[in-house]
Design a protein around this ligand. Structure first.
Ligand SMILES: Cc1cc2nc3c(=O)[nH]c(=O)nc-3n(C[C@H](O)[C@H](O)[C@H](O)COP(=O)(O)OP(=O)(O)OC[C@H]3O[C@@H](n4cnc5c(N)ncnc54)[C@H](O)[C@@H]3O)c2cc1C
Length: 493
């Protein structure tokens, strides 16, 4: 180690921590980025094994045009390496949608281009009457054209409440119920209308659902490379045990590889693990600790990866849902009580569509996911896997028959790879804190923790929007705060 003392220490190399570290290093600070895993990226990692190379978790960027990674790459001077693998106006068929209305027995199937770009395939899928089409267009237009000021007023209203005030066809309501599960891992009746409408607006105006050449993990590789190229110190395979604090001010971190000092520590280990485990509770007042303990974790996604002996899936995504299969709070509680739904939503991604090198020549790899609890010990996971496999056999027999091998993932694997479980039921969150009423926008936890020099970057604090985009936005904001703090501190001396 060249130096055990830094301007800033960043814990965690997911999109939140990595954005902060790489921007600060580029701006001339001396940073240490420390990661517990031997692979960088947090949830935004790519797996390279046996000739396969695919993203483990994130599969869709929203927005495709104008994501938070774009300005970061520009500032790093590597804008040419920012390579979305799907342009918002890509003419190909991208998504295959399967939908079953509650009063039907069969799923209706349509294939279309970019997410939400053209309403006609949706009208066909939903089988809308003319007056329902007009109502659907009205509500979609309202979401696409909503202003930031109007969105700010919706932090305290759930998406269900927002829809209840409008003339919305049942099929549109059910689609948004599915969308809340699939894009936010939340129930429609709790998710903040400001978050879900923002994501809908971004999908409709900036494109949604695409990936990058080299996957999301390709973004990680470039940012980490630039961090080191600009002189940053990277330590992997080392879990931070403690954030050291003296008299209400950060002094550094303790790890199995030694103690490192810095006036600033940025943690992307999750706000609850950071405050309740990495810091000693004695440094916070009881009100703040109770606030942190009371924050609600988001739901998780459990997934099955199918390795196929030949290419079978023809579009980038298959999406399967029914009026009865998406989860609101009541259905989620029923599932937790052992009543696993007969059918589940499926969100399937064909890695090969975005990257021809995702699988060895002649093979295909795809992933199928459904929403579940973030509890690493959740009991429903195996039953969900059985439902998912059964749906695959029934509705996509060509995939099932071509399958050579399957891999199963759930909240336990997500927690092991990323954040510790420090309160009951938490740890395997898909995004981070639940993007629900009371925790979004003006009510989102502040990145600036009540300890001098301690900041929270990533999905849990300071930003809004979908997963990786939100984390990179938060990381960008934290980089600004850290510079301001250090400038102020140097003036006070
Ligand atoms: C199944 C699944 C599907 C998803 N799909 C999408 C999608 O389609 N689109 C999208 O935009 N987002 C998606 N996401 C969400 C997205 O991946 C997350 O929102 C994002 O990665 C969070 O970034 P982060 O930096 O806050 O945290 P993380 O990515 O969780 O990174 C935190 C890092 O901190 C490290 N760390 C934790 N504790 C310590 C410690 N004590 N010492 C050292 N290091 C530590 C972890 O190892 C990890 O590397 C998905 C997530 C999952 C799980």
């Amino acid at each position: 180690m060249s130096d055990a003392s830094y301007d800033t220490i960043v814990i965690g190399s997911g999109p939140g921590g990595l954005s902060t570290a790489t921007l600060l290093q580029k701006r001339g600070l001396n940073c240490l980025l420390i990661e517990k895993n031997n692979i960088l990226g947090g949830k935004m990692i790519s797996i390279e094994k046996d000739g396969y190379a695919y993203d483990l978790f994130p599969h869709g960027q929203v927005p495709m045009r104008g994501s938070a990674f774009e300005p970061i790459f520009a500032e790093l001077g590597v804008a040419d390496e920012f390579q979305p693998a799907l342009e918002p106006d890509d003419p190909r068929d991208i998504i295959t949608l399967l939908y079953r209305r509650a009063d039907r027995t069969e799923y209706r199937r349509v294939t279309q281009g970019q997410a939400m770009a053209d309403p006609e395939p949706f009208f066909k899928l939903w089988d809308l009457a003319d007056d329902e089409k007009e109502a659907a267009i009205n509500v979609m237009t309202e979401m696409a054209t909503i202003t930031d000021e109007q969105l700010d007023k919706l932090d305290g209203i759930s998406m269900h409440e927002w829809l209840a005030e409008r003339d919305v066809p049942s099929a549109v309501y059910n689609y948004l119920g599915f969308h809340a599960n699939a894009s936010l891992a939340e129930p429609l009746d709790l998710v903040a209308a400001s978050e879900q409408i923002l994501i809908m607006r971004q999908m409709m105006t900036g494109g949604g659902g695409g990936q990058y050449k080299g996957g999301f993990g390709g973004l990680t590789k470039v940012m980490a490379r630039e961090f080191e190229k600009n002189g940053g110190t990277l330590i992997t395979n080392s879990k931070v045990d403690k954030i050291n604090i003296v008299d209400g001010t950060v002094t550094g971190i303790a790890t199995p590889k030694g103690t490192f000092t810095a006036p600033v520590v940025v943690s992307s280990a999750g706000i609850q693990p950071t405050i309740l485990k990495l810091c000693d509770e004695e440094h916070f007042d009881r009100a703040y600790l109770n606030y942190i303990k009371g924050l609600v974790p988001g739901w998780a996604f459990t997934s099955i990866r199918y390795f196929l002996k030949e290419p079978v899936m023809d579009t980038a995504m298959y999406v399967m849902y029914a009026d009865t299969s998406w989860l609101n709070t009541t259905r989620f509680a029923q599932m937790k009580n052992g009543e696993v739904p007969e059918e589940v939503i499926l969100f399937m991604v064909n890695h090969n569509f975005y990257d021809e090198n995702a699988a060895p020549p002649g093979k295909q790899v795809l992933v199928s996911g459904t929403v579940c609890s973030s509890n690493p010990e959740a009991k429903e996971i195996e039953a969900l896997w059985q439902r998912m496999d059964a749906q695959m056999q029934t509705h996509f027999p060509e995939i099932w028959e071509a399958c050579e091998r399957r891999e199963y993932n759930g909240p336990k694997e997500i927690s092991d790879l990323t954040r510790d479980s420090v309160i009951e039921g938490q740890g395997g969150e898909c995004v981070g804190l639940a993007q629900i009423v009371g925790q979004c926008g003006s009510m989102k936890p502040d990145s600036n923790a009540p300890i001098n020099g301690l900041y929270i970057a990533g999905s849990d604090a300071g930003a809004r929007g979908m997963g990786t985009h939100q984390s990179a936005l938060s990381g960008t904001g934290v980089a600004r705060m850290v510079q301001q703090y250090l400038r102020g501190r140097s003036k006070m001396r």
